[in-house]
Ligand binder design. Sequence first.
Ligand SMILES: [Zn+2]
Ligand SMILES: [Zn+2]
Length: 313
Amino acid sequence: MIRTLLIFILLLTQVGCHGTHLREQRSGVELIVLGIAQDGGVPHLGCQKPCCIAARSEGIRLGPACLALVDHSSGKTVLLEATPAIEEQLSLLRELTGLANEGRRPIDTLLLTHAHIGHYTGLIQLGREVASTDAVRVHCTSRMASFLRENGPWSQLVRLDQIDLQVIKKGEPVEIFPGVTATPHGVQHRDEFSDTVAWRIDGPSRSVVFCPDIDGWQDGVLDLLIDGADLCYLDATFYDGRELPGRDLSEIPHPPMVVTMEHLADKARETPGRFRFIHLNHTNPALRDRSVRAEVERRGFAVAEVGERYFLD
Ligand SMILES: [Zn+2]
Ligand SMILES: [Zn+2]
């Protein structure tokens, strides 16, 4: 009952979603948002602030940033990120689409950005103890692939052929469905275990950018990433940096939403809803403060919603 209610609320939120392309269509390639939070999700382990106390008491759970791509003609699926909430996110994908590809191929392909916990540790569910998947293709950089190959428990997934690592080259497109490519672009980030990429998906007539984690928009990287893209999911870890008093933000650098909105002000006015914020930290007021949310929307931006959908053709 609670799940049905949740889906109903999600469907309602889609209707209010500016700029998304909503159609009753069961062919073509569709993007669906499955998670919008920072790595730790909401509620966040150990958080005793009002943000997570309220989420716990209201039963609200938001998973880490994750997008799905569905090719409705073949029924094949691609997931951008394997988050710790992968089971809930894939269950939601099936409920929203009616897809039935269960069993040893719960997904066909994974595109990973980097080796921070919210972005890849869902891979653990593909192993022997859980789904024991059959060679799910995992596209990642060579440094990320080496990290997975050389460190347990990930190395066992490779050895048992539960994942099939495909090394990508930055700037080189990979065909994920007929007529749909994914291109990784290197971005600067806290790269302890792997390097980091943003993904650009080019469909038959529309393009989407997914950049959940980046240190900042220096050197014109933002303009390069969004160039010609119809929908851009951008790092919104922090709103203006004031939401984490006492933490040294230089240790966890991200472009604050207010800086991104300033930089993209004209373009957002031209095409409201084109820029959609994702990867919000549990403390980010844009998650729940109505006046902050209204200000974001007044400026032509949007906070991504779980369940929002967009056709790429
Ligand atoms: Zn992250
Ligand atoms: Zn919190």
